[in-house]
Design a protein around this ligand. Sequence first.
Ligand code: RP5
Length: 162
Amino acid sequence: MTQPKVGIIMGSQSDWPTMKEAAKILTELGVPFETKIVSAHRTPDRLWTYGKSAADRGLSAIIAGAGGAAHLPGMVASKTRVPVIGVPVQTRALNGVDSLYSIVQMPKGFPVATMAIGAAGAANAGLMAAAILAVSDSDLAGRLEAWRDALSASIPEEPVDD
Ligand code: RP5
Protein backbone atom coordinates (compact mmCIF):
# COMPACT_ATOMS: atom_id res chain seq x y z
CA MET A 1 0.00 0.00 0.00
CA THR A 2 1.26 3.50 -0.83
CA GLN A 3 2.18 5.63 2.16
CA PRO A 4 -0.19 8.66 2.39
CA LYS A 5 1.56 12.00 1.95
CA VAL A 6 -1.49 14.16 2.71
CA GLY A 7 -4.01 13.75 5.50
CA ILE A 8 -7.55 14.94 4.89
CA ILE A 9 -9.34 15.24 8.21
CA MET A 10 -12.80 16.57 9.00
CA GLY A 11 -14.91 17.14 12.07
CA SER A 12 -17.88 15.07 10.97
CA GLN A 13 -19.27 12.77 8.33
CA SER A 14 -21.43 15.75 7.34
CA ASP A 15 -18.25 17.54 6.14
CA TRP A 16 -17.42 14.80 3.61
CA PRO A 17 -19.45 16.18 0.66
CA THR A 18 -17.27 19.32 0.92
CA MET A 19 -13.97 17.64 1.75
CA LYS A 20 -14.43 15.14 -1.07
CA GLU A 21 -13.44 17.99 -3.42
CA ALA A 22 -9.93 17.96 -1.93
CA ALA A 23 -9.77 14.18 -2.31
CA LYS A 24 -10.81 14.44 -5.98
CA ILE A 25 -8.00 16.86 -6.77
CA LEU A 26 -5.37 14.75 -5.02
CA THR A 27 -6.59 11.67 -6.89
CA GLU A 28 -6.37 13.54 -10.22
CA LEU A 29 -2.82 14.59 -9.39
CA GLY A 30 -1.73 11.15 -8.20
CA VAL A 31 -1.00 12.23 -4.63
CA PRO A 32 -1.48 9.47 -2.02
CA PHE A 33 -3.74 10.59 0.82
CA GLU A 34 -5.80 9.30 3.73
CA THR A 35 -9.20 10.48 4.97
CA LYS A 36 -10.27 10.48 8.64
CA ILE A 37 -13.01 11.88 10.83
CA VAL A 38 -11.27 13.66 13.69
CA SER A 39 -13.33 16.05 15.80
CA ALA A 40 -11.80 18.66 18.08
CA HIS A 41 -14.86 18.48 20.33
CA ARG A 42 -16.21 14.95 20.01
CA THR A 43 -12.95 12.97 19.67
CA PRO A 44 -10.22 15.14 21.26
CA ASP A 45 -8.03 12.12 22.06
CA ARG A 46 -8.12 11.06 18.40
CA LEU A 47 -7.12 14.61 17.41
CA TRP A 48 -4.22 14.54 19.87
CA THR A 49 -2.89 11.24 18.56
CA TYR A 50 -3.35 12.28 14.92
CA GLY A 51 -1.44 15.54 15.38
CA LYS A 52 1.33 13.94 17.43
CA SER A 53 1.99 11.15 14.92
CA ALA A 54 1.52 13.11 11.65
CA ALA A 55 5.18 14.02 10.97
CA ASP A 56 6.55 10.60 11.96
CA ARG A 57 4.00 8.91 9.70
CA GLY A 58 5.40 10.87 6.74
CA LEU A 59 2.56 13.32 6.12
CA SER A 60 3.75 16.47 4.31
CA ALA A 61 0.47 18.41 4.56
CA ILE A 62 -2.79 18.13 6.46
CA ILE A 63 -6.05 19.44 5.06
CA ALA A 64 -8.48 20.02 7.92
CA GLY A 65 -12.12 20.93 7.32
CA ALA A 66 -14.72 21.82 9.93
CA GLY A 67 -17.84 23.89 10.32
CA GLY A 68 -19.31 26.18 12.98
CA ALA A 69 -17.03 26.44 16.01
CA ALA A 70 -14.32 25.03 13.77
CA HIS A 71 -11.41 24.35 16.11
CA LEU A 72 -10.03 21.32 14.29
CA PRO A 73 -7.49 23.02 11.97
CA GLY A 74 -6.05 25.24 14.71
CA MET A 75 -5.89 22.45 17.28
CA VAL A 76 -4.15 20.06 14.90
CA ALA A 77 -1.71 22.85 13.97
CA SER A 78 -0.87 23.17 17.66
CA LYS A 79 0.18 19.51 17.75
CA THR A 80 2.25 19.21 14.56
CA ARG A 81 4.77 21.12 12.47
CA VAL A 82 3.28 19.57 9.32
CA PRO A 83 1.65 22.43 7.34
CA VAL A 84 -2.10 22.63 8.03
CA ILE A 85 -4.52 23.89 5.39
CA GLY A 86 -7.90 24.85 6.84
CA VAL A 87 -11.21 24.53 5.01
CA PRO A 88 -14.19 26.41 6.48
CA VAL A 89 -17.23 24.22 5.83
CA GLN A 90 -20.39 26.11 4.88
CA THR A 91 -22.97 26.05 7.68
CA ARG A 92 -26.73 26.54 7.61
CA ALA A 93 -26.96 28.98 10.53
CA LEU A 94 -24.25 31.45 9.52
CA ASN A 95 -23.34 30.36 6.00
CA GLY A 96 -19.78 29.38 6.91
CA VAL A 97 -18.66 32.79 8.11
CA ASP A 98 -18.56 31.24 11.59
CA SER A 99 -16.26 28.48 10.29
CA LEU A 100 -14.06 30.99 8.45
CA TYR A 101 -13.59 33.23 11.47
CA SER A 102 -12.93 30.22 13.70
CA ILE A 103 -10.14 29.03 11.42
CA VAL A 104 -8.50 32.15 10.05
CA GLN A 105 -7.64 34.16 13.17
CA MET A 106 -4.85 32.03 14.59
CA PRO A 107 -2.55 33.61 17.17
CA LYS A 108 1.11 34.13 16.26
CA GLY A 109 3.06 30.87 16.34
CA PHE A 110 0.62 28.27 15.02
CA PRO A 111 -0.41 29.14 11.46
CA VAL A 112 -3.26 27.62 9.48
CA ALA A 113 -3.35 28.37 5.73
CA THR A 114 -7.04 29.17 5.42
CA MET A 115 -8.95 28.55 2.19
CA ALA A 116 -12.30 29.92 0.95
CA ILE A 117 -15.60 28.72 2.44
CA GLY A 118 -17.04 25.49 1.03
CA ALA A 119 -16.32 23.29 -1.97
CA ALA A 120 -14.03 25.74 -3.81
CA GLY A 121 -11.94 26.05 -0.64
CA ALA A 122 -11.68 22.27 -0.34
CA ALA A 123 -10.58 21.91 -3.98
CA ASN A 124 -8.03 24.68 -3.49
CA ALA A 125 -6.79 22.92 -0.35
CA GLY A 126 -6.04 19.89 -2.52
CA LEU A 127 -4.15 22.09 -4.97
CA MET A 128 -2.28 23.83 -2.15
CA ALA A 129 -1.21 20.51 -0.64
CA ALA A 130 -0.04 19.35 -4.06
CA ALA A 131 1.90 22.59 -4.53
CA ILE A 132 3.66 22.06 -1.18
CA LEU A 133 4.67 18.53 -2.18
CA ALA A 134 5.64 19.65 -5.70
CA VAL A 135 8.47 21.79 -4.28
CA SER A 136 10.47 18.58 -3.79
CA ASP A 137 8.79 16.29 -6.34
CA SER A 138 9.44 17.25 -9.95
CA ASP A 139 7.07 14.62 -11.41
CA LEU A 140 4.22 16.00 -9.34
CA ALA A 141 5.27 19.55 -10.30
CA GLY A 142 4.83 18.54 -13.95
CA ARG A 143 1.39 17.06 -13.29
CA LEU A 144 0.35 20.19 -11.39
CA GLU A 145 1.53 22.44 -14.24
CA ALA A 146 -0.43 20.30 -16.73
CA TRP A 147 -3.55 20.49 -14.51
CA ARG A 148 -3.30 24.28 -14.38
CA ASP A 149 -2.71 24.54 -18.13
CA ALA A 150 -5.76 22.35 -18.83
CA LEU A 151 -7.93 24.56 -16.61
CA SER A 152 -6.73 27.70 -18.40
CA ALA A 153 -7.31 26.09 -21.81
CA SER A 154 -10.90 25.20 -20.80
CA ILE A 155 -11.90 28.84 -20.26
CA PRO A 156 -13.65 30.26 -23.36
CA GLU A 157 -12.59 33.62 -24.66
CA GLU A 158 -16.15 34.89 -25.08
CA PRO A 159 -19.34 34.32 -23.11
CA VAL A 160 -22.30 32.49 -24.72
CA ASP A 161 -26.04 32.45 -23.95
CA ASP A 162 -27.23 29.57 -21.75
C1 RP5 B 1 -18.27 20.43 13.26
O1 RP5 B 1 -19.63 20.53 13.50
C2 RP5 B 1 -18.14 19.59 12.05
O2 RP5 B 1 -16.95 19.92 11.38
C3 RP5 B 1 -19.37 19.88 11.24
O3 RP5 B 1 -19.10 20.81 10.20
C4 RP5 B 1 -20.30 20.52 12.27
C5 RP5 B 1 -21.62 19.81 12.37
O4 RP5 B 1 -21.40 18.44 12.62
P1 RP5 B 1 -22.60 17.41 12.63
O5 RP5 B 1 -23.54 17.85 13.70
O6 RP5 B 1 -23.23 17.46 11.25
O7 RP5 B 1 -21.97 16.08 12.90
O8 RP5 B 1 -17.59 19.87 14.35
